[in-house]
Design a protein around this ligand. Structure first.
Ligand SMILES: N[C@@H](CCC(=O)N[C@@H](CS)C(=O)NCC(=O)O)C(=O)O
Length: 185
């Protein structure tokens, strides 16, 4: 059984959403942020030394970093789903966006909006013609930008992307299982 160490109101929502998209069984170990500091409880450090969420345990492996977790789950359990075919240009884009979300977008989100807007003009998705796990990974920086300011209706592609992902059934099941999600840190 896949175990997700899930901090409320956090990046960990992406992992629950992906697991729902893949139709996999999993269990949630919930953690609550400190209401004043918004930090994770110290107990999360017993799972991984950095004490951050998400952390996934599967088949004796302890996995951290949302991009690495997404890559692992899609490669091990996707059976070809949610990832462009190997050896294609779309696969290169998929890998790029998986890393970009946390490596470039999150630290400097406002500077990246026009770049992401232009990239989405091609197909509406980040890697190829169809929804992939790269879109799951890219949801967090865009939702953060929409919640904290910077992303508004003047970015039509990005706004439309958010509306389309929010229309996916698996996204809502993940919210029901993982709890509300308002992007506080
Ligand atoms: N780059 C990491 C970031 C992990 C991270 O910062 N997680 C936040 C949740 S959104 C967290 O655990 N915050 C609580 C804390 O720092 O105490 C990833 O993508 O997994």
């Amino acid at each position: 059984m896949i175990t997700v160490h899930h901090l409320n109101n956090s990046r960990s929502h992406r992992i629950l959403w992906l697991l729902e998209e893949l139709g996999l069984d999993y269990e949630i170990r919930p953690y609550q942020r400190d209401p004043e500091t918004m930090l994770a409880p110290d107990s999360l450090m017993q799972v991984h030394p950095l004490g951050k969420s998400p952390v996934v345990i599967d088949q004796g492996n302890t996995l951290a970093e949302s991009g690495a977790i997404i890559e692992y789950l899609v490669d091990r359990y996707g059976d070809g789903r949610l990832k462009p075919p190997s050896g294609t240009t779309q696969e290169l884009r998929y890998t790029y966006w998986l890393h970009y979300a946390e490596g470039s977008a999150m630290p400097q989100i406002k500077r990246h909006l026009s770049f992401m807007e232009a990239e989405l003009e091609q197909t509406g998705w980040f890697a190829g013609d169809e929804f992939t796990a790269a879109d799951v990974q890219m949801s967090f920086p865009l939702e953060a930008a929409a919640t904290r300011g910077g992303l508004d209706g003047s970015w039509p592609q990005l706004t439309d992307f958010l509306q389309r992902i929010h229309g996916r059934a698996a996204y809502h099941v993940a919210l029901e299982r993982g709890g509300p999600y308002e992007l506080l840190s």
